[in-house]
Design a protein around this ligand. Structure first.
Ligand SMILES: Nc1nc2c(ncn2[C@@H]2O[C@H](COP(=O)(O)OP(=O)(O)OP(=O)(O)O)[C@@H](O)[C@H]2O)c(=O)[nH]1
Ligand SMILES: [Mg+2]
Length: 181
């Protein structure tokens, strides 16, 4: 397919957060109820228009290497040539939420490139057993300089809007940079 822009977006976050489910919702508008844990790499394309431009989003999620005990692999080279980083967390998991800064937000800030758009994404907001509130997510995002979104891959809430806003912000920054060349 012909496209005007290619925006590569890394989708990262704790194991079981819902990264793959979010990617499926974005690329195919489905919820796969028996999705398997990601082994190796997981990626799909999603196509959207921003104004008159067709954008191909390459959505990439890597296996959580920490699961196999190799801490040092966490995040390395994950963010090369990436224009957006979405850190996804499960809003019913308070323990994971408290580790986000150390494990994901900090490394993303450290290794991101100049134009990279950073986004914090709460997911599974359809679940009643939610423990991480919107205010908590918003505050963490604000402190860290991230955009903030609330989503459910299950019913689709907030998912398309998240990609549209991230894409619009990437496009703005890429253009701004081009103007300064
Ligand atoms: N209720 C609900 N469940 C979800 C949602 N998104 C994902 N899940 C479930 O949460 C579990 C983990 O989802 P995955 O998409 O595999 O999560 P992941 O972050 O890719 O997990 P790993 O690849 O193992 O790190 C699965 O049982 C999903 O069905 C959601 O929005 N709502
Ligand atoms: Mg996965």
């Amino acid at each position: 397919m012909d496209f005007d822009y290619l925006f590569r977006i890394a989708v990262n976050g704790p194991s079981f957060a819902g990264k793959t489910s979010l990617i499926y919702r974005l690329a195919e508008d489905v919820f796969v109820s028996n999705v398997l844990m990601t082994i190796g790499i997981d990626f799909k394309f999603a196509y959207r228009t921003i104004e008159d431009s067709l954008v191909r989003y390459m959505l990439v999620s890597l296996m959580q290497w920490d699961r196999v005990g190799s801490e040092r692999f966490r995040n390395t080279s994950y963010y090369r040539n990436v224009l957006g980083i979405a850190i996804v967390y499960d809003c019913t998991n308070l323990i994971d939420f408290y580790s986000l800064t150390r494990d994901y937000i900090g490394p993303a800030i450290q290794s991101k490139e100049e134009c990279t758009v950073l986004a914090l994404v709460a997911t599974k907001i359809d679940l009643e057993e939610r423990t991480v509130t919107r205010a908590m997510g918003q505050q963490l995002a604000e402190e860290s300089g991230f955009l903030y979104f609330e989503t459910s891959a299950l019913d689709g809430t907030g998912v398309q809007d998240m990609l549209a806003q991230i894409g619009t912000e990437i496009r703005r920054r890429v253009r701004e940079k081009a103007d300064h060349l």
